[in-house]
Design a protein around this ligand. Structure first.
Ligand code: NAD
Length: 247
């Protein structure tokens, strides 16, 4: 079950963190993984680590906020591999840095940075990749989202939460346009993950599982959502949050 042999999977922001976990999981299931990252070196290092496991991978560095760069990368990937079957938009935290900013102090340029990566980057990539998926009548798109889209974090994440919520509105509507053509569009909503300091302590209190989430947890959930067996799941947001938010 859930094998991905013969599929080509593009994962954005896969040079480290959750994206690398997704790339590992999809490659382990047999997919040929295309590792995108803003930082070319990071993408190439990730590819080396995947190949060292005997898995298939190639690097495709590009800035997922730049429409022209996204189209150039996807065209190159499609002509090298005959098409992309699976797209996971994981890049969601700006590579150039970010901070927790209370709303009243947050400049509009910061709002734009979150939106251009989490919403517009996803939309550009979908416009680039969907024509081939629709032609082949098979495709899987998954956006990595956050519980910050539906909670009052109180952590200075208004623009981030708004951008993630916008992406959910987009995937739900897109799923209605492409579902009948063999393409599903879903999201995973992540909770407190284990790649930042203090997360384990918070997650022990706020999750029912009692720990922070790992890149492997995200990889497992997305492997299922992009598999041939998940074809009846469309337009959904799957919480992957250790049970911290259950409604
Ligand atoms: N870490 C958490 O606690 C947490 C919680 C909820 C949701 N998420 C979501 O999970 C996803 C991954 O988060 P992470 O913690 O693994 O992040 P991370 O910062 O560890 O890794 C993200 C990767 O994306 C790359 N990236 C950033 N901007 C890019 C761009 N413009 N183009 C291409 N690549 C780019 C970075 O270079 C980096 O390698 C994000 O969508 C984030 O919003 C994370």
């Amino acid at each position: 079950m859930f094998r991905l042999d013969g599929k080509v999977a593009l994962v954005s922001g896969a040079g480290r963190g959750m994206g690398l976990g997704v790339a590992q999981a999809l490659a382990q299931q047999g997919a040929h993984v295309i590792v995108n990252d803003f930082y070319a070196e990071r993408a190439h290092e990730a590819v080396q680590s995947l190949r060292a496991q005997g898995w298939q991978a190639d690097a495709a560095p590009a800035d997922m906020t730049d429409r022209a760069a996204i189209f150039a990368m996807t065209q190159q990937t499609q002509s090298a591999h005959g098409g992309v079957d699976i797209f996971v938009h994981n890049a969601g935290i700006p590579a150039q840095g970010w901070g927790y900013t209370p709303f009243l102090d947050s400049p509009p340029s910061e709002w734009d940075a979150w939106l251009s990566l989490n919403l517009h980057g996803l939309m550009h990539a979908c416009q680039a990749l969907l024509p081939t998926m629709l032609e082949r009548r098979w495709g899987r798109i998954v956006a990595v989202n956050s519980d910050a889209a539906r909670t009052a974090t109180g952590m200075g994440l208004c623009a981030y939460g708004a951008a993630k919520a916008a992406a959910i509105g987009f995937i739900r509507n897109l799923s209605g346009e492409v579902g009948r053509h063999g393409v599903t569009v879903n999201a995973v909503s992540l909770g407190t993950m284990n790649n930042w300091e203090g997360s384990e302590q918070i997650a022990r209190k706020t999750t029912t599982v009692g720990r922070a989430g790992s890149p492997q947890d995200v990889g497992a959930a997305i492997s299922f959502l992009v598999s041939p067996q998940s074809e009846w799941i469309n337009g959904q947001v799957l919480p992957v949050n250790g049970g911290s938010l259950v409604a």
